[in-house]
Design a protein around this ligand. Structure first.
Ligand SMILES: [Zn+2]
Ligand SMILES: [Zn+2]
Length: 143
């Protein structure tokens, strides 16, 4: 934990350690600032919402987390300990699903190349309805 902070060039503070510890322990991969704030305080940490904002911004700059922005949703943060992946977002319940499709990545690379561009990074979000929400919708309409 501390080496991760050290390697990123960030000063080690109690609050940063606590926050990073929380991010690695919680078994939810995508978290909003509110999720993190409420989670930490539920664990008895007294940390202000503004501090969470500030520290997450530092983590993002240091490359420890990625900030994911979705249409009409607050931003989610996730640790940069996974390979590059894209996202599916459920418009009903807000569930966020990770997926990796090497073919898509290949096609995107080719498309960029076609326009003489070299890709630095990309983000691809798809919006729809998850399995659970579809089932719920169906059972409602047949009632
Ligand atoms: Zn859903
Ligand atoms: Zn993700």
């Amino acid at each position: 934990m501390q080496t991760l902070l050290k390697d990123s060039g960030l000063k080690i503070t109690m609050q940063r350690c606590k926050l990073l510890e929380f991010l690695t322990q919680v078994n939810q991969q995508h978290l909003t600032i509110e999720n993190i704030y409420l989670g930490l305080n539920a664990q008895g940490e007294t940390i202000g919402l503004n501090s969470v904002y500030r520290i997450m911004a530092h983590f993002e700059q240091a490359g420890i987390v990625s900030r994911r922005v979705f249409e009409s949703e607050s931003a989610f943060y996730e640790l940069n300990n996974k390979p590059h992946h894209d996202h599916l977002l459920c418009l009903t319940c807000g569930k966020l699903i990770d997926f990796i499709d090497p073919l898509i990545n290949l096609r995107l690379g080719l498309a960029a190349e076609h326009h003489g561009m070299s890709i630095h990074h990309h983000s691809l979000n798809m919006y729809g309805y998850c399995f659970d929400c579809l089932q719920a919708l169906k059972s409602k309409s047949t009632r």
